[in-house]
Design a protein around this ligand. Structure first.
Ligand SMILES: [Zn+2]
Length: 139
């Protein structure tokens, strides 16, 4: 089978190797040889890239006859994993603002290594505030 070389594939596969979830672009991966689909942070063995296909949702994987992995339970934990990451980012942002005196949305996003837009979306979701209002509430 031909190995896909596109950028998204490489980025996603790197996440599987590091076992991390990118909260802004969650995905699932299926392993063709086993017919099982997983979350990027699954503790199972990192699959051969030739056997990997990506899904945007558990439904999509199930429709293609993949089974949900018993270890990482992707059909129920994708949402939770993303919420976890958002809460983590929220807490780290709070710490950075308090400890470094960071006052600019752009600087904060840069330190967190996410885009301004992602930061705004996450802060809004976690606190109900705009990022600027969030920063001001902590100063
Ligand atoms: Zn798994």
């Amino acid at each position: 089978m031909k190995i896909q070389k596109d950028i998204q594939f490489r980025e996603r596969f790197a996440q599987i190797e590091k076992r991390e979830v990118n909260p802004s672009q969650p995905f699932l991966y299926g392993v063709i040889s086993t017919g099982i689909f997983c979350l990027p942070h699954c503790p199972s063995k990192v699959p051969n890239p030739e056997n990997v296909v990506f899904f945007e949702s558990a439904d999509q994987a199930l429709m293609q006859d993949f089974r949900s992995c018993k270890r990482c339970k992707p059909h129920i934990s994708l949402k939770l994993a993303v919420e976890d990451e958002h809460e983590k980012i929220h807490q780290v942002a709070k710490k950075i603002i308090r400890e470094s005196g960071c006052r600019k949305v752009g600087d904060l996003a840069m330190i967190l290594n996410i885009s301004d837009r992602q930061l705004n979306r996450i802060i809004k979701k976690q606190t109900g505030l705009s990022t600027l209002a969030f920063i001001k509430s902590l100063v």
